[in-house]
Write a protein that binds this ligand. Structure first.
Ligand code: AMP
Ligand code: MG
Length: 493
Protein backbone atom coordinates (compact mmCIF):
# COMPACT_ATOMS: atom_id res chain seq x y z
CA UNK A 1 0.00 0.00 0.00
CA UNK A 2 3.00 2.26 0.26
CA UNK A 3 2.75 3.06 3.95
CA UNK A 4 6.00 4.13 5.57
CA UNK A 5 4.78 5.20 8.96
CA UNK A 6 6.90 6.50 11.79
CA UNK A 7 5.65 7.54 15.21
CA UNK A 8 7.94 10.28 16.49
CA UNK A 9 5.16 11.97 18.47
CA UNK A 10 4.51 8.71 20.30
CA UNK A 11 8.12 8.80 21.49
CA UNK A 12 7.45 11.94 23.51
CA UNK A 13 6.49 11.36 27.16
CA UNK A 14 3.02 9.86 27.66
CA UNK A 15 1.96 13.21 29.13
CA UNK A 16 1.39 14.41 25.56
CA UNK A 17 -1.10 11.76 24.39
CA UNK A 18 -3.15 8.68 25.12
CA UNK A 19 -2.82 5.54 23.04
CA UNK A 20 -6.25 4.73 21.69
CA UNK A 21 -7.56 2.99 18.59
CA UNK A 22 -10.21 4.25 16.21
CA UNK A 23 -13.70 2.88 16.83
CA UNK A 24 -14.71 0.45 14.10
CA UNK A 25 -17.69 1.51 12.01
CA UNK A 26 -20.39 -0.71 10.54
CA UNK A 27 -20.35 0.06 6.85
CA UNK A 28 -17.55 2.26 5.53
CA UNK A 29 -18.08 3.67 2.08
CA UNK A 30 -15.65 5.86 0.14
CA UNK A 31 -17.16 9.22 -0.74
CA UNK A 32 -14.10 10.97 -2.09
CA UNK A 33 -10.45 10.03 -2.36
CA UNK A 34 -7.63 12.41 -3.22
CA UNK A 35 -5.46 10.47 -5.66
CA UNK A 36 -2.94 13.18 -6.37
CA UNK A 37 -2.32 13.65 -2.65
CA UNK A 38 -2.06 9.86 -2.24
CA UNK A 39 0.63 9.84 -4.91
CA UNK A 40 2.53 12.67 -3.19
CA UNK A 41 2.44 10.67 0.02
CA UNK A 42 3.89 7.66 -1.77
CA UNK A 43 0.76 5.55 -1.35
CA UNK A 44 0.17 2.92 -4.02
CA UNK A 45 -3.00 3.91 -5.71
CA UNK A 46 -3.03 2.65 -9.24
CA UNK A 47 -5.88 4.62 -10.82
CA UNK A 48 -6.72 1.75 -13.18
CA UNK A 49 -6.84 -0.60 -10.19
CA UNK A 50 -9.17 1.66 -8.22
CA UNK A 51 -12.01 -0.76 -8.88
CA UNK A 52 -14.70 -1.45 -6.36
CA UNK A 53 -12.66 -3.90 -4.29
CA UNK A 54 -9.71 -1.51 -4.02
CA UNK A 55 -12.09 1.30 -3.12
CA UNK A 56 -13.65 -0.87 -0.45
CA UNK A 57 -10.23 -1.69 0.95
CA UNK A 58 -9.31 2.00 1.12
CA UNK A 59 -12.66 2.78 2.71
CA UNK A 60 -11.96 0.24 5.47
CA UNK A 61 -8.61 1.86 6.07
CA UNK A 62 -9.84 5.46 5.97
CA UNK A 63 -12.63 4.57 8.40
CA UNK A 64 -10.14 3.15 10.88
CA UNK A 65 -11.51 -0.40 10.59
CA UNK A 66 -8.17 -1.64 9.27
CA UNK A 67 -4.95 -0.06 10.54
CA UNK A 68 -2.07 0.54 8.17
CA UNK A 69 1.17 -1.33 8.91
CA UNK A 70 3.30 0.67 11.29
CA UNK A 71 0.41 2.67 12.77
CA UNK A 72 0.55 3.35 16.51
CA UNK A 73 -2.70 5.21 17.00
CA UNK A 74 -3.00 7.88 19.66
CA UNK A 75 -5.07 10.88 20.64
CA UNK A 76 -3.09 14.06 21.29
CA UNK A 77 -3.53 16.08 24.45
CA UNK A 78 -3.85 19.84 24.13
CA UNK A 79 -5.55 22.79 25.72
CA UNK A 80 -6.69 26.05 24.23
CA UNK A 81 -8.35 29.40 24.53
CA UNK A 82 -11.79 29.05 23.00
CA UNK A 83 -13.36 32.45 22.36
CA UNK A 84 -10.90 33.77 24.93
CA UNK A 85 -11.52 31.16 27.64
CA UNK A 86 -8.88 28.65 28.64
CA UNK A 87 -9.86 24.95 28.79
CA UNK A 88 -8.42 21.47 28.52
CA UNK A 89 -9.23 19.93 25.14
CA UNK A 90 -7.34 17.22 23.25
CA UNK A 91 -8.31 15.05 20.28
CA UNK A 92 -11.89 14.34 21.24
CA UNK A 93 -12.80 12.89 17.91
CA UNK A 94 -9.51 12.46 16.09
CA UNK A 95 -6.82 9.82 16.13
CA UNK A 96 -3.29 10.13 14.83
CA UNK A 97 -2.31 6.92 13.04
CA UNK A 98 1.31 7.87 12.52
CA UNK A 99 3.58 9.97 10.34
CA UNK A 100 3.95 9.03 6.70
CA UNK A 101 7.46 9.45 5.30
CA UNK A 102 6.99 10.54 1.70
CA UNK A 103 9.22 9.62 -1.26
CA UNK A 104 10.43 13.25 -1.14
CA UNK A 105 11.53 12.73 2.46
CA UNK A 106 8.85 14.80 4.15
CA UNK A 107 6.93 13.74 7.26
CA UNK A 108 3.14 14.08 7.39
CA UNK A 109 0.71 13.25 10.16
CA UNK A 110 -2.05 10.91 9.04
CA UNK A 111 -5.06 11.59 11.22
CA UNK A 112 -8.58 10.21 11.20
CA UNK A 113 -11.15 12.84 12.22
CA UNK A 114 -14.53 11.57 13.40
CA UNK A 115 -13.18 8.16 14.35
CA UNK A 116 -14.78 7.70 17.76
CA UNK A 117 -14.42 8.63 21.38
CA UNK A 118 -11.12 9.16 23.17
CA UNK A 119 -10.27 10.09 26.76
CA UNK A 120 -10.47 13.74 25.60
CA UNK A 121 -14.03 13.53 24.23
CA UNK A 122 -15.66 15.08 27.28
CA UNK A 123 -19.40 14.93 26.50
CA UNK A 124 -18.90 14.57 22.74
CA UNK A 125 -19.66 11.45 20.72
CA UNK A 126 -16.27 11.41 18.99
CA UNK A 127 -17.98 11.46 15.63
CA UNK A 128 -18.34 13.74 12.66
CA UNK A 129 -21.06 14.34 10.12
CA UNK A 130 -20.61 14.07 6.38
CA UNK A 131 -21.32 17.73 5.52
CA UNK A 132 -18.64 19.31 7.73
CA UNK A 133 -16.04 16.72 6.71
CA UNK A 134 -16.73 17.45 3.05
CA UNK A 135 -16.51 21.18 3.81
CA UNK A 136 -13.05 20.60 5.29
CA UNK A 137 -12.10 18.54 2.22
CA UNK A 138 -13.26 21.24 -0.22
CA UNK A 139 -11.84 24.27 1.56
CA UNK A 140 -8.51 22.70 2.47
CA UNK A 141 -8.01 21.62 -1.14
CA UNK A 142 -9.08 25.10 -2.29
CA UNK A 143 -6.49 26.67 -0.01
CA UNK A 144 -3.83 24.30 -1.30
CA UNK A 145 -4.68 25.22 -4.89
CA UNK A 146 -4.38 28.91 -3.93
CA UNK A 147 -0.86 28.22 -2.67
CA UNK A 148 -1.76 28.85 0.97
CA UNK A 149 -0.16 26.58 3.61
CA UNK A 150 -2.80 24.16 4.84
CA UNK A 151 -3.52 20.71 6.15
CA UNK A 152 -4.91 18.55 3.38
CA UNK A 153 -7.59 15.94 2.92
CA UNK A 154 -6.87 12.43 1.68
CA UNK A 155 -10.35 10.98 1.90
CA UNK A 156 -13.84 11.20 3.27
CA UNK A 157 -15.74 7.98 3.99
CA UNK A 158 -19.21 7.57 5.38
CA UNK A 159 -19.47 5.24 8.33
CA UNK A 160 -22.89 3.76 7.63
CA UNK A 161 -23.95 5.16 10.98
CA UNK A 162 -26.07 8.08 12.02
CA UNK A 163 -24.77 10.96 14.14
CA UNK A 164 -27.11 13.05 16.21
CA UNK A 165 -26.77 16.84 15.95
CA UNK A 166 -29.83 19.10 15.62
CA UNK A 167 -31.05 16.37 13.29
CA UNK A 168 -29.86 12.90 12.34
CA UNK A 169 -26.97 13.13 9.91
CA UNK A 170 -24.84 10.61 8.05
CA UNK A 171 -21.64 9.90 9.99
CA UNK A 172 -18.28 10.31 8.25
CA UNK A 173 -14.55 10.15 8.82
CA UNK A 174 -12.02 12.51 7.22
CA UNK A 175 -8.42 11.45 6.68
CA UNK A 176 -6.42 14.58 7.40
CA UNK A 177 -2.83 15.10 6.34
CA UNK A 178 -0.78 17.73 8.17
CA UNK A 179 2.86 18.71 8.57
CA UNK A 180 1.99 18.12 12.21
CA UNK A 181 -0.90 18.68 14.56
CA UNK A 182 1.15 20.69 17.05
CA UNK A 183 -0.94 23.67 18.08
CA UNK A 184 -0.48 26.78 20.17
CA UNK A 185 -2.81 24.88 22.51
CA UNK A 186 -0.35 21.99 22.78
CA UNK A 187 2.13 24.43 24.34
CA UNK A 188 -0.55 25.86 26.60
CA UNK A 189 -1.28 22.32 27.79
CA UNK A 190 2.42 21.65 28.47
CA UNK A 191 2.81 24.93 30.36
CA UNK A 192 -0.37 24.55 32.42
CA UNK A 193 0.08 20.93 33.52
CA UNK A 194 3.61 19.88 32.66
CA UNK A 195 5.97 22.67 33.71
CA UNK A 196 9.19 23.94 32.16
CA UNK A 197 10.61 20.52 31.34
CA UNK A 198 7.59 19.47 29.27
CA UNK A 199 7.50 22.84 27.50
CA UNK A 200 11.16 22.46 26.62
CA UNK A 201 10.65 18.93 25.27
CA UNK A 202 7.76 20.09 23.15
CA UNK A 203 9.62 23.15 21.86
CA UNK A 204 12.65 21.04 20.93
CA UNK A 205 10.39 18.55 19.18
CA UNK A 206 8.52 21.28 17.29
CA UNK A 207 11.75 22.98 16.25
CA UNK A 208 13.30 19.74 15.03
CA UNK A 209 10.20 19.05 13.02
CA UNK A 210 9.41 22.49 11.60
CA UNK A 211 12.17 24.98 12.33
CA UNK A 212 15.48 23.24 11.78
CA UNK A 213 16.80 26.47 10.25
CA UNK A 214 16.25 28.19 13.60
CA UNK A 215 18.21 25.55 15.52
CA UNK A 216 21.06 25.87 13.04
CA UNK A 217 21.12 29.63 13.48
CA UNK A 218 20.51 29.69 17.24
CA UNK A 219 21.69 26.46 18.85
CA UNK A 220 21.93 27.98 22.36
CA UNK A 221 19.32 28.95 24.95
CA UNK A 222 18.31 31.90 22.74
CA UNK A 223 16.70 29.40 20.42
CA UNK A 224 13.31 29.50 22.11
CA UNK A 225 12.88 33.22 21.53
CA UNK A 226 14.01 32.64 17.95
CA UNK A 227 11.46 29.83 17.69
CA UNK A 228 8.68 32.14 18.91
CA UNK A 229 9.69 34.73 16.38
CA UNK A 230 9.78 32.14 13.59
CA UNK A 231 6.28 30.87 14.45
CA UNK A 232 5.09 34.47 14.49
CA UNK A 233 6.67 35.11 11.10
CA UNK A 234 4.89 32.12 9.55
CA UNK A 235 1.59 33.13 11.10
CA UNK A 236 1.96 36.68 9.84
CA UNK A 237 2.60 35.31 6.36
CA UNK A 238 -0.35 32.93 6.62
CA UNK A 239 -2.87 35.49 7.85
CA UNK A 240 -1.73 37.95 5.17
CA UNK A 241 -2.50 35.25 2.60
CA UNK A 242 -5.93 34.64 4.13
CA UNK A 243 -6.74 38.34 4.03
CA UNK A 244 -5.54 38.61 0.44
CA UNK A 245 -8.00 35.96 -0.80
CA UNK A 246 -10.83 36.97 1.54
CA UNK A 247 -10.73 33.81 3.65
CA UNK A 248 -12.51 33.79 6.99
CA UNK A 249 -11.34 30.96 9.25
CA UNK A 250 -14.21 31.31 11.68
CA UNK A 251 -12.76 29.73 14.85
CA UNK A 252 -9.28 31.06 15.49
CA UNK A 253 -9.09 29.51 18.94
CA UNK A 254 -5.53 28.84 20.06
CA UNK A 255 -6.08 25.10 19.59
CA UNK A 256 -6.82 25.81 15.95
CA UNK A 257 -3.54 27.60 15.27
CA UNK A 258 -0.84 25.26 14.00
CA UNK A 259 2.80 25.68 14.99
CA UNK A 260 3.80 24.64 11.46
CA UNK A 261 2.09 27.72 9.99
CA UNK A 262 -0.54 25.70 8.14
CA UNK A 263 -4.22 26.59 8.13
CA UNK A 264 -5.91 23.98 10.31
CA UNK A 265 -9.41 22.98 11.47
CA UNK A 266 -11.91 24.03 8.88
CA UNK A 267 -15.16 24.58 10.74
CA UNK A 268 -17.40 27.55 10.01
CA UNK A 269 -14.99 28.93 7.43
CA UNK A 270 -15.65 30.47 4.03
CA UNK A 271 -14.44 32.87 1.37
CA UNK A 272 -16.38 36.10 1.53
CA UNK A 273 -18.36 37.46 -1.40
CA UNK A 274 -19.11 41.13 -0.70
CA UNK A 275 -16.12 42.86 0.85
CA UNK A 276 -16.87 43.73 4.44
CA UNK A 277 -14.44 43.84 7.36
CA UNK A 278 -17.10 42.60 9.78
CA UNK A 279 -17.88 39.44 7.80
CA UNK A 280 -18.56 36.45 10.06
CA UNK A 281 -19.75 33.02 8.95
CA UNK A 282 -19.93 31.21 12.26
CA UNK A 283 -23.35 31.09 13.86
CA UNK A 284 -21.82 30.94 17.33
CA UNK A 285 -19.49 33.93 16.90
CA UNK A 286 -22.14 36.40 18.01
CA UNK A 287 -19.67 39.15 18.90
CA UNK A 288 -17.67 38.86 15.70
CA UNK A 289 -14.48 37.97 17.58
CA UNK A 290 -13.30 36.02 14.55
CA UNK A 291 -14.62 38.38 11.86
CA UNK A 292 -12.53 38.81 8.71
CA UNK A 293 -11.14 42.17 9.81
CA UNK A 294 -10.17 40.86 13.25
CA UNK A 295 -8.06 37.94 12.07
CA UNK A 296 -4.68 39.71 12.29
CA UNK A 297 -5.39 40.96 15.80
CA UNK A 298 -6.54 37.54 16.92
CA UNK A 299 -3.41 35.96 15.48
CA UNK A 300 -1.33 38.34 17.61
CA UNK A 301 -3.47 37.50 20.65
CA UNK A 302 -2.96 33.77 20.08
CA UNK A 303 0.78 34.25 19.63
CA UNK A 304 0.86 36.08 22.96
CA UNK A 305 -0.64 32.92 24.51
CA UNK A 306 2.16 30.91 22.89
CA UNK A 307 4.69 33.38 24.27
CA UNK A 308 3.22 32.96 27.75
CA UNK A 309 3.48 29.20 27.50
CA UNK A 310 7.13 29.54 26.48
CA UNK A 311 7.99 31.96 29.33
CA UNK A 312 9.60 29.31 31.59
CA UNK A 313 12.15 28.46 28.89
CA UNK A 314 12.73 31.86 27.27
CA UNK A 315 15.16 32.96 30.00
CA UNK A 316 16.15 31.97 33.54
CA UNK A 317 15.00 35.26 35.04
CA UNK A 318 11.25 35.78 34.82
CA UNK A 319 11.58 39.49 34.09
CA UNK A 320 13.98 38.84 31.29
CA UNK A 321 11.68 36.18 29.82
CA UNK A 322 8.77 38.62 29.93
CA UNK A 323 10.79 41.34 28.28
CA UNK A 324 11.87 38.95 25.52
CA UNK A 325 8.33 37.69 24.94
CA UNK A 326 6.94 41.22 24.80
CA UNK A 327 9.67 42.36 22.44
CA UNK A 328 8.92 39.53 20.02
CA UNK A 329 5.13 39.81 20.15
CA UNK A 330 5.38 43.59 19.85
CA UNK A 331 6.83 43.12 16.39
CA UNK A 332 3.70 41.43 15.06
CA UNK A 333 1.70 44.46 13.86
CA UNK A 334 4.52 45.85 11.70
CA UNK A 335 5.50 42.40 10.46
CA UNK A 336 1.94 41.59 9.49
CA UNK A 337 1.36 44.98 7.89
CA UNK A 338 4.42 44.53 5.72
CA UNK A 339 3.38 41.07 4.54
CA UNK A 340 -0.22 42.13 3.98
CA UNK A 341 0.81 45.21 2.01
CA UNK A 342 3.14 43.11 -0.14
CA UNK A 343 0.28 40.69 -0.90
CA UNK A 344 -2.18 43.49 -1.68
CA UNK A 345 0.30 45.41 -3.86
CA UNK A 346 0.84 42.22 -5.80
CA UNK A 347 -2.89 41.99 -6.38
CA UNK A 348 -2.75 45.46 -7.93
CA UNK A 349 0.24 44.54 -10.07
CA UNK A 350 2.57 46.92 -8.24
CA UNK A 351 6.28 46.25 -8.04
CA UNK A 352 8.72 47.95 -5.70
CA UNK A 353 7.25 49.96 -2.85
CA UNK A 354 6.11 53.57 -2.78
CA UNK A 355 5.02 55.62 0.24
CA UNK A 356 1.58 56.04 -1.31
CA UNK A 357 0.91 52.32 -1.86
CA UNK A 358 -0.74 51.76 1.47
CA UNK A 359 -3.33 54.48 0.93
CA UNK A 360 -3.86 53.27 -2.64
CA UNK A 361 -4.80 49.84 -1.29
CA UNK A 362 -6.81 51.19 1.64
CA UNK A 363 -8.76 53.60 -0.55
CA UNK A 364 -9.74 50.84 -2.97
CA UNK A 365 -10.91 48.66 -0.08
CA UNK A 366 -12.90 51.58 1.30
CA UNK A 367 -14.63 52.04 -2.07
CA UNK A 368 -15.32 48.32 -2.28
CA UNK A 369 -16.95 48.33 1.13
CA UNK A 370 -19.07 51.40 0.31
CA UNK A 371 -20.27 49.95 -2.98
CA UNK A 372 -20.82 46.36 -1.80
CA UNK A 373 -18.29 45.09 -4.28
CA UNK A 374 -17.53 41.41 -4.53
CA UNK A 375 -14.02 40.85 -3.19
CA UNK A 376 -12.81 38.22 -5.66
CA UNK A 377 -14.50 39.72 -8.71
CA UNK A 378 -13.19 43.22 -8.06
CA UNK A 379 -9.60 42.07 -8.31
CA UNK A 380 -10.40 39.81 -11.28
CA UNK A 381 -12.04 42.66 -13.11
CA UNK A 382 -9.10 44.94 -12.36
CA UNK A 383 -6.90 42.20 -13.82
CA UNK A 384 -8.85 41.63 -17.02
CA UNK A 385 -10.11 45.20 -17.45
CA UNK A 386 -13.63 43.82 -17.96
CA UNK A 387 -15.43 45.94 -15.42
CA UNK A 388 -18.89 44.67 -14.48
CA UNK A 389 -19.72 45.85 -11.00
CA UNK A 390 -21.42 49.06 -9.95
CA UNK A 391 -18.26 50.19 -8.19
CA UNK A 392 -16.53 50.71 -11.52
CA UNK A 393 -19.21 53.17 -12.68
CA UNK A 394 -18.54 55.62 -9.88
CA UNK A 395 -16.55 58.83 -10.13
CA UNK A 396 -14.71 57.89 -6.97
CA UNK A 397 -13.45 54.76 -8.69
CA UNK A 398 -12.45 56.71 -11.81
CA UNK A 399 -10.25 58.98 -9.74
CA UNK A 400 -8.79 56.04 -7.81
CA UNK A 401 -8.08 54.36 -11.15
CA UNK A 402 -6.13 57.40 -12.33
CA UNK A 403 -3.91 57.19 -9.27
CA UNK A 404 -3.42 53.47 -9.81
CA UNK A 405 -2.56 53.91 -13.50
CA UNK A 406 -0.10 56.68 -12.68
CA UNK A 407 1.55 54.46 -10.10
CA UNK A 408 1.80 51.58 -12.60
CA UNK A 409 3.32 53.84 -15.23
CA UNK A 410 6.21 54.64 -12.90
CA UNK A 411 7.18 50.97 -12.96
CA UNK A 412 8.28 51.03 -16.58
CA UNK A 413 6.87 47.57 -17.13
CA UNK A 414 4.78 46.34 -20.02
CA UNK A 415 1.06 45.82 -19.59
CA UNK A 416 1.62 42.06 -20.02
CA UNK A 417 4.14 41.84 -17.20
CA UNK A 418 1.81 43.69 -14.85
CA UNK A 419 -1.18 41.62 -15.90
CA UNK A 420 0.73 38.35 -15.40
CA UNK A 421 1.61 39.45 -11.86
CA UNK A 422 -2.05 40.18 -11.18
CA UNK A 423 -3.21 36.89 -12.67
CA UNK A 424 -1.00 35.00 -10.25
CA UNK A 425 -2.36 36.92 -7.27
CA UNK A 426 -6.08 37.16 -8.03
CA UNK A 427 -8.04 33.90 -8.19
CA UNK A 428 -10.57 33.78 -10.99
CA UNK A 429 -12.61 31.02 -9.31
CA UNK A 430 -12.99 30.47 -5.58
CA UNK A 431 -15.08 28.04 -3.54
CA UNK A 432 -17.96 30.42 -2.93
CA UNK A 433 -19.92 29.57 0.18
CA UNK A 434 -23.29 29.14 -1.52
CA UNK A 435 -21.70 26.71 -3.99
CA UNK A 436 -20.02 24.81 -1.17
CA UNK A 437 -23.39 24.58 0.59
CA UNK A 438 -25.00 23.24 -2.60
CA UNK A 439 -22.32 20.60 -3.02
CA UNK A 440 -22.73 19.50 0.61
CA UNK A 441 -26.52 19.41 0.36
CA UNK A 442 -26.46 17.32 -2.83
CA UNK A 443 -23.97 14.88 -1.29
CA UNK A 444 -25.74 14.64 2.05
CA UNK A 445 -29.41 14.79 1.10
CA UNK A 446 -29.45 13.26 -2.40
CA UNK A 447 -26.37 11.02 -2.49
CA UNK A 448 -25.34 13.10 -5.48
CA UNK A 449 -21.58 13.71 -5.68
CA UNK A 450 -21.58 15.35 -9.11
CA UNK A 451 -21.98 18.88 -7.69
CA UNK A 452 -19.03 18.29 -5.35
CA UNK A 453 -16.80 16.92 -8.11
CA UNK A 454 -17.59 19.84 -10.40
CA UNK A 455 -16.79 22.32 -7.61
CA UNK A 456 -13.50 20.58 -6.83
CA UNK A 457 -12.63 20.62 -10.51
CA UNK A 458 -13.46 24.33 -10.77
CA UNK A 459 -11.31 25.37 -7.83
CA UNK A 460 -8.33 23.21 -8.74
CA UNK A 461 -6.81 25.91 -10.99
CA UNK A 462 -7.82 29.21 -9.46
CA UNK A 463 -5.28 31.29 -11.37
CA UNK A 464 -6.09 29.92 -14.82
CA UNK A 465 -7.37 32.92 -16.81
CA UNK A 466 -7.10 31.09 -20.14
CA UNK A 467 -9.95 30.35 -22.54
CA UNK A 468 -9.51 26.67 -21.72
CA UNK A 469 -10.67 27.25 -18.18
CA UNK A 470 -14.38 26.77 -18.75
CA UNK A 471 -15.11 27.68 -15.14
CA UNK A 472 -13.46 31.10 -15.31
CA UNK A 473 -16.37 32.86 -16.98
CA UNK A 474 -19.10 30.56 -15.69
CA UNK A 475 -21.59 32.65 -13.72
CA UNK A 476 -22.37 29.60 -11.58
CA UNK A 477 -18.91 29.89 -10.07
CA UNK A 478 -18.21 33.58 -10.39
CA UNK A 479 -21.43 35.22 -9.24
CA UNK A 480 -21.82 35.98 -5.56
CA UNK A 481 -24.82 34.62 -3.73
CA UNK A 482 -27.99 36.28 -4.99
CA UNK A 483 -29.86 35.79 -1.74
CA UNK A 484 -30.01 38.64 0.71
CA UNK A 485 -29.66 36.51 3.80
CA UNK A 486 -27.38 37.96 6.45
CA UNK A 487 -23.78 36.94 6.40
CA UNK A 488 -23.96 35.16 9.70
CA UNK A 489 -24.92 31.82 8.21
CA UNK A 490 -24.52 28.53 9.94
CA UNK A 491 -21.69 26.48 8.63
CA UNK A 492 -20.39 24.68 11.64
CA UNK A 493 -19.13 21.25 12.52
P1 AMP B 1 -13.03 22.18 17.18
O1 AMP B 1 -14.14 23.14 17.43
O2 AMP B 1 -13.32 21.21 16.07
O3 AMP B 1 -11.71 22.81 17.07
O4 AMP B 1 -12.99 21.25 18.48
C1 AMP B 1 -12.75 21.74 19.75
C2 AMP B 1 -12.61 20.59 20.72
O5 AMP B 1 -13.81 19.84 20.83
C3 AMP B 1 -11.53 19.59 20.37
O6 AMP B 1 -10.94 19.14 21.54
C4 AMP B 1 -12.31 18.49 19.69
O7 AMP B 1 -11.64 17.27 19.75
C5 AMP B 1 -13.58 18.49 20.52
N1 AMP B 1 -14.74 17.96 19.77
C6 AMP B 1 -15.40 18.55 18.75
N2 AMP B 1 -16.41 17.78 18.34
C7 AMP B 1 -16.40 16.66 19.11
C8 AMP B 1 -17.19 15.47 19.17
N3 AMP B 1 -18.23 15.28 18.35
N4 AMP B 1 -16.87 14.56 20.09
C9 AMP B 1 -15.86 14.74 20.94
N5 AMP B 1 -15.07 15.82 20.93
C10 AMP B 1 -15.32 16.78 20.03
MG1 MG C 1 -9.93 22.29 16.83
Amino acid sequence: MGWRLENSYGQLPGFFYTKVEPTKVSEPKMVIFNRSLAAELGLDVDPSAMDSSATTEWAERCAGNVLPIGAEPLAQAYAGHQFGHFTMLGDGRAILLGEQMTPAGARFDIQLKGSGRTPYSRRGDGKAALGPMLREYIISEAMHALGIPTTRSLAVVTSGEVVYRETELPGAVLTRVASSHLRVGTFEYAAAWGGAERVRELADYAMARHYSEVIEREPGEQRYAAFLRAVMERQATLIAQWQAVGFVHGVMNTDNMAISGETIDYGPCAFMDTYKMSTVFSSIDSHGRYAYGNQPKIAAWNLARLAEALLPILATEEEQALALANAVIGEFPDLFREKWLAAMCNKLGLSGREQTDESLVEDLLGLMETHYADYTNTFCELTTGRHKQALFETEAFASWRNRWQARLEQQNESHDVIQERMKHANPVVIARNHRVEEALAAATDDDDLSVLHRLLDAIANPFDYSEQNRYAGDPYFTEPSASVRPYRTFCGT
